[in-house]
Ligand binder design. Structure first.
Ligand code: FE2
Ligand code: FE2
Length: 215
């Protein structure tokens, strides 16, 4: 699939596959508000790691924007087939097949396959590692927020999160080992990773429905 030439012909090739298109595709396939919020929560964290990586690589202008769009799109799309195809046999393979048909970049598709450990697809890029590291943690931080009297991400702290990670009865669907493994693969100490993702979700609290309730 080639991109039409435009005055901004220095734009990187991924510009057709941006956040906006990913969001539209996600909404086409997903009705559940909690799944949509999960996608946005993972995106908050993954995009923040993308910003950090872009800084580390001294990227600017179109290249920086393209990288952030790729990080956002990957995070938004990582579970876009989950509502209709939640089984281990189908998720995320059905979704990735659709992405392949539509011409989404290989970097995005491989990272999405890699978020499912059972796919056996290795996580080699920073994007793939960031997605895996943020997926379960974003869900866990959402659960930690929702048990606060305020239901706010602004009241979530690293020490409390780590305590809850040891409480097996709490948010039992969230795989603690994946959180620990994800941080290690990304090369970020666990406490720093948790703090980084809390801050990223706090910046997007309203969209995530975690801004807190009055009184
Ligand atoms: Fe998934
Ligand atoms: Fe997910």
């Amino acid at each position: 699939m080639s991109s039409p030439s435009s005055p901004a012909n220095s734009s990187p090739a991924t510009s057709l596959f941006d956040r906006q298109r990913a969001w539209a595709l996600l909404q086409e396939h997903t009705q559940s508000p909690s799944l949509l919020k999960h996608a946005l929560a993972v995106e908050s964290c993954v995009r923040a790691y993308g910003e950090r990586e872009a800084d580390a690589l001294s990227l600017s202008g179109d290249w920086r924007s393209a990288m952030l769009e790729t990080y956002s799109a990957t995070a938004l799309l990582h579970d876009f087939d989950y509502e209709k195809h939640p089984s281990l046999e189908e998720h995320p393979f059905v979704g990735v097949a659709i992405l392949t048909q539509q011409g989404w970049p290989e970097e995005i598709r491989t990272a999405i396959l890699g978020h499912a450990d059972y796919s056996g697809v290795p996580r080699e890029t920073h994007l793939a590692k960031a997605l895996f590291a943020c997926d379960e943690l974003a869900g866990f931080l959402t659960a930690c927020s929702l048990v606060k009297p305020t239901r706010s991400i602004h009241d979530v702290e690293v020490t409390g999160v780590k305590k809850k990670m040891k409480d097996k009865a709490f948010a039992r669907a969230v795989n603690r080992d994946d959180i620990v493994k994800g941080a290690a693969e990304l090369g970020v100490p666990l406490d720093d990773h948790i703090a980084f993702c809390i801050a990223a979700m706090q910046r997007n609290a309203e969209a995530l429905g975690l801004q807190g309730i009055a009184g």
